[in-house]
Ligand binder design. Structure first.
Ligand code: AOF
Ligand code: ZN
Length: 362
C-alpha cells in the first residue's frame, strides 16, 4: 500500500516531466521517466523532448551517473519494443540490469501494444502496470485517439457567459472572459497541433491565433472558408513560418500569401464535408485540432461526433440577450433527451472565470 502511494507520487512527477514536451513531440506521445532505488531515492530523470529524438526511458538511462543494475524505472507509457526512429527502449532497459519497471498504461501503438512489457518480463524483469492509468491516458488522449482511430483529436474551446452566450446578437464578444483565462488559452494553443476557425470569426474578429507564450510555438492555423470570403491580409494569414491551411469548396485563384495551402473539399448540402476534411488534415500531419470558432461551427463538430473534448471558459456574467450567440447553434429541439452528453473531466477556477472540461459521449 505504502509502495503503491510512492509509485503514484513518482508517476505524477513523470507526467509533469512528460508535459515539458508539449508542442514539440507530436505525433509521438508525451512521456516522462524516472529511475530510483529501493529507498525511493531518485537517480535520474528523462523525458521525450522532441519528435524523432530519444525516448524518455533512454534519456533517463543516459542521464544516470551510476550503475543501474538492480534499480527501478517508472514511466507513464509502456517501453517500446520496436525499431522506429530509435531502437527499442525495452532492450536498453534489459541491458542496464534494471530489475523492476512500473508502467502507467499499455502503448496503444499496434507495433508495441503489450510487446514491450512481454519483452521485459521474458528477461526476468518485474513489471507493474496501471499506476495512475486514468491520468496517464488523459495525458496522452491525443496519441490514443490517433492510434485507435487514425483521426485527429478535436477539442472545442469556448468562452461564454453563465447563460452560455459567446457573443451578443450584433457580434460583440470582447471581452467575455478575463486576462487570466486568455493567458490559459495561450497554453492550449501550444498544446494542439492546430487551431481551426471559421471565415466568419476571421472576418468579424480578425484574430491572429498565435501562441504568445515565452517558450511556446505557433500552431498551424486552419480556416474553414467555404466561399473564400476572408481577406488575404487578415492577421491569421501573417507569415510567421507556420503552415496556414484554408479549407474551401473551390479554389477561385484568389491571391493569398504563398505559404497558405488551399485544400478543395467536397461539399454536402452547400457545406464542406467535414468528415472528409478532418481525414485530409490527418493525412497532412495534423494530429490534433482545437477549434476557436462560433456556435455554428462548434455545432458541426458536436453533431458529427467528431468532437472529443469541450474546454469551456465561463465568465460570471449573464448576457440575457435572447438573440445572442450560443456556444453551439443548432436546430430547435423539443426534448431534453436530444441533448449531446458529456462527462466532466475537471472544473477549475481561475481568478474570476471557471474552466469546465468535458469529454463527449458518443
Ligand atoms: C516516443 N517517446 O518516450 C516513448 C515512445 O519512431 P520512434 O522510434 O520515435 O517511436 C515512436 C513510438 O514509440 C511511439 O508511437 C510509441 O509507441 C513508442 N514510445 N515514443 O516518441 C517516448 N516511450
Ligand atoms: Zn521507446
Amino acid at each position: 500500500m505504502m509502495q503503491q502511494k510512492a509509485y503514484e507520487k513518482l508517476m505524477r512527477q513523470c507526467i509533469i516531466l512528460a508535459k515539458k514536451g508539449e508542442g514539440r513531440v507530436s505525433p509521438n506521445p508525451l512521456v516522462g521517466s524516472i529511475i530510483f532505488d529501493d529507498d525511493f531515492r531518485i537517480i535520474s530523470k528523462g523525458y521525450h523532448q522532441k519528435y524523432g529524438e530519444n525516448h524518455a526511458e533512454r534519456n533517463a538511462i543516459l542521464n544516470a551517473k551510476e550503475n543501474l543494475a538492480g534499480k527501478n524505472l517508472i514511466v507513464n507509457l509502456e517501453p517500446c519494443s520496436h525499431f522506429g526512429k530509435t531502437p527499442p527502449c525495452a532492450d536498453l532497459i534489459i541491458k542496464t540490469g534494471i530489475k523492476k519497471v512500473i508502467v502507467g498504461m499499455i502503448d496503444p501503438n499496434p507495433k508495441v501494444a503489450g510487446n514491450g512489457i512481454k519483452k521485459l518480463k521474458n528477461a526476468g524483469i518485474e513489471v507493474i502496470t496501471g499506476v495512475l492509468e486514468n491520468e496517464c491516458r488523459l495525458l496522452n488522449e491525443i496519441f490514443i485517439k490517433n492510434q485507435e482511430k487514425n483521426l485527429p483529436f478535436i477539442a472545442i474551446k469556448t468562452a461564454c457567459t453563465l447563460d452560455g452566450k459567446i457573443a451578443t446578437s450584433t457580434g460583440s464578444s470582447k471581452w467575455i472572459t478575463d486576462e487570466y483565462s486568455r493567458k490559459e488559452v495561450q497554453k492550449l494553443r501550444n498544446r494542439y497541433d492546430s487551431i481551426l476557425t471559421s471565415s466568419n470569426t476571421v472576418i468579424n474578429d480578425n484574430p491572429a491565433m498565435t501562441c504568445r507564450l515565452k517558450s511556446g510555438r505557433n500552431p498551424v492555423r486552419i480556416v474553414l472558408d467555404t466561399n473564400l470570403k476572408t481577406a488575404a491580409d487578415s492577421k491569421i494569414y501573417n507569415d510567421d513560418g507556420t503552415k496556414v491551411i484554408i479549407l474551401t469548396k473551390k479554389n477561385k485563384n484568389k491571391k493569398y500569401p504563398k505559404y497558405v495551402e488551399i485544400i478543395e473539399c467536397p461539399v454536402i448540402n452547400k457545406h464542406i464535408d467535414i468528415n472528409w476534411a478532418v481525414k485530409k488534415l490527418y493525412e497532412r500531419g495534423i494530429y490534433s485540432i482545437m477549434t476557436e470558432a462560433g456556435g455554428t461551427l462548434n455545432n458541426v463538430f458536436i453533431q458529427t461526433g467528431l468532437a472529443d473534448k469541450l474546454i469551456q471558459f465561463t465568465a460570471p456574467k449573464i448576457l440575457a440577450d435572447k438573440a445572442g450567440i450560443n456556444i453551439a447553434e443548432g436546430e430547435t429541439r423539443n426534448e431534453i433527451s436530444q441533448c449531446n452528453n458529456l462527462t466532466i473531466l475537471s472544473t477549475k477556477r481561475l481568478k474570476n472565470d471557471i474552466i469546465i472540461t468535458g469529454t463527449f459521449l458518443h
